[in-house]
Structure formats: structure tokens, C-alpha cells
Design a protein around this ligand. Structure first.
Ligand code: HEC
Ligand code: HEC
Length: 240
């Protein structure tokens, strides 16, 4: 009942806004970033886990989770294959938590598996485990069409670890792995068409065989269309 009332009130609000805009003789402007949603905190769970996975784990464990990430070829140990359900069935969530937070060395395994407890919160590690379980079961999750975080929230959750606070390319993951990520500036982005930019974010740049583009993951499974548009308008302000 309460939800219903809220929705009605929201529609009434939109209607009034429309009336107001038409009265002014203009086309009603669509707000670029919904202020109503800015208070929504990131919900722990597999979708959030996928976003974190793409930001922190994909470079080694791969877009599909099979351990064939673009950085894996540089390593002396093969990153775990999360699609190996037989192996992961034997691992409790608490064991995975311990491994991810303390890293490989603490468990007599490869030093390339870093202790993520220094960079991720408990909720974040738990969400990544929820996503690892999705991979273990060979399932896929689809992006929430209705979810629309604003550009700055998306950037902080999913992009900052590589591109850095202001797009300089100095995020934690870039530093940790020595990735070369050229600075994002409004000027650089203006050289791309809107559609090209949208595709880079949706599909990643796996095709880049010479540059560092291959470290740019595909976000199409985790960000809604609106969210991709929101994050584009956010990063377009960099370097101004
Ligand atoms: C720099 C590369 C790298 C990154 C980044 C990375 N891993 Fe790993 N990971 C590895 C390697 C290599 C192994 C295999 C270690 C071994 O078997 O010695 C591994 C193994 C694992 C395992 C298997 C543990 C077991 O019981 O065998 C888990 C779980 C795991 N990683 C989770 C993660 C998560 C979650 C992230 C992101 C938050 C992540 N990894 C990021 C390289 C990486
Ligand atoms: C795991 C690291 C990583 C994450 C996370 C990441 N990117 Fe990237 N991204 C890269 C790399 C590396 C490049 C290629 C930069 C280069 O060529 O120097 C790139 C390129 C780009 C480009 C093209 C710019 C150019 O230099 O031509 C855009 C736009 C972009 N990323 C946006 C995003 C957005 C938006 C997010 C978050 C939703 C994001 N990236 C998350 C690593 C990452």
C-alpha cells in the first residue's frame, strides 16, 4: 500500500513538472541523474559482486571466470577457474572469505593472489563470493534494468580502482598490477562518438592486442543502459 502511494505521488509530481515545463513553453527536460536514487546504498549480493569482480578480479580470473584473464599470461600460477564446480563445491564460503581477504601467501599458494582484505570491505568480499557462486553454478546474472545509480556512484563502485579518482589512471588496481591506463579527459572522450563510447563501456576492449585496452572489462552484464549513459556524462567532466 505504501509503495503504491509513493508511486502515485511520484507520478503526480512528474505530471506537475510537465505542466510547469509546458507552461514555460519548453520541452520538459529529463534530469540526467535521478536525485531520488542517490541515497540508495549498494546492496550486497551477486550483482554488486559482479561489479566488484570486474573491477578487482577480472584482470586475472577473466570475464567468464575461467582463470584466463588478460593479466593471467604474466603470472607463474594460473588464477583459479571459478567454473570448476567440482573444486569449488568442496570450499565453504568462510574458506573463500579467508583466502580472498588474506591472499595466496598466507595459504601457501601463489603470491599473485593478493590479500584483498586491505582494499575491500567485508560486505564487498561477501558480494564477490556470491558472484563466484554464480560462476560455480555456470549461471549468468542479468543487469537490473530498473537500477540506476548516478554517474558518480557507478564510477566510485566500478571504475575508480583502475581509472583513479579524477580519471588520471592511478587507481589502486592499476598501481597494484602496474597497468598503464592513460588519463581520461573530456577532450579525449570527445574524440569518440557517443555510440562508440557506449560500446567501449558495454563490451570492454578485449580486441586490443597491443595496448592496455584488454584490461578494460565489459560492463554490459552489470550496468543498465541508463547507468552507462550516467557514467559517460560523469567521466566527460574530467580534466575540465
Ligand atoms: C593478479 C592476479 C589476481 C587477481 C587480481 C585476483 N586473483 Fe584470485 N587468484 C590468483 C591466482 C594466481 C590464484 C591461484 C593461486 C594458487 O593456486 O596458487 C588465485 C586463486 C583464487 C581463489 C582460489 C582459492 C582456492 O581455494 O584455491 C579465489 C577464491 C580467488 N582467487 C578469488 C579472487 C577474488 C575474489 C579476486 C578479486 C577480489 C581475485 N581473486 C583477484 C590471481 C589473482
Ligand atoms: C580493471 C581495470 C579497469 C576498470 C575497472 C575500468 N576500466 Fe576503463 N579502461 C581500462 C584500461 C586499461 C583502458 C585502456 C586505457 C589505455 O588505452 O591506456 C580503459 C579504457 C577506458 C575507456 C576508453 C578511454 C581511452 O583511453 O581510450 C573508457 C571510456 C573507460 N575505460 C571507461 C570505464 C568506465 C566507465 C569504467 C567503470 C564502469 C571503467 N572504465 C572501468 C581499465 C579499466
Amino acid at each position: 500500500m505504501k509503495g503504491y502511494t509513493l508511486v502515485r505521488t511520484f507520478h503526480l509530481f512528474l505530471f506537475l513538472l510537465l505542466l510547469y515545463a509546458c507552461g514555460k513553453g519548453g520541452v520538459p527536460a529529463v534530469p540526467e541523474e535521478k536525485t531520488a536514487e542517490t541515497t540508495v546504498m549498494v546492496e550486497p549480493g551477486p550483482l554488486e559482486g559482479l561489479k566488484l569482480y570486474l573491477g578487482y578480479c577480472f584482470v586475472c580470473h577473466g570475464q567468464k571466470g575461467d582463470g584466463n584473464g588478460p593479466y593471467a599470461e604474466k603470472l607463474s600460477a594460473k588464477p583459479a577457474d571459478f567454473t570448476d564446480s567440482t573444486y569449488f563445491r568442496t570450499k565453504a564460503d568462510s574458506e573463500l572469505y579467508d583466502f580472498i581477504s588474506k591472499g595466496g601467501i598466507a595459504h601457501g599458494k601463489s603470491m599473485h593472489m593478493k590479500p584483498f582484505g586491505f582494499q575491500m570491505t567485508r560486505d564487498e568480499i561477501e558480494s564477490s563470493i556470491a558472484y563466484i557462486r554464480v560462476l560455480n553454478r555456470h549461471e549468468r546474472i542479468s543487469r537490473a534494468e530498473s537500477s540506476d545509480f548516478n554517474g558518480s556512484e557507478i564510477y566510485k563502485n566500478s571504475c575508480v580502482m583502475c581509472h583513479g579518482e579524477k580519471g588520471a589512471g592511478d587507481g589502486r588496481v592499476s598501481k597494484m598490477l602496474g597497468l598503464k591506463v592513460r588519463p581520461i579527459t573530456g577532450e579525449l572522450l570527445s574524440q569518440y562518438s557517443g555510440a562508440k563510447l557506449y560500446n567501449i563501456i558495454q563490451d570492454g576492449i578485449a580486441s586490443d592486442t597491443t595496448g592496455s585496452g584488454k584490461y578494460m572489462p565489459a560492463w554490459g552484464a552489470s550496468l543498465s543502459e541508463q547507468e552507462i549513459i550516467n557514467v559517460i556524462s560523469y567521466i566527460s567532466t574530467f580534466g575540465e
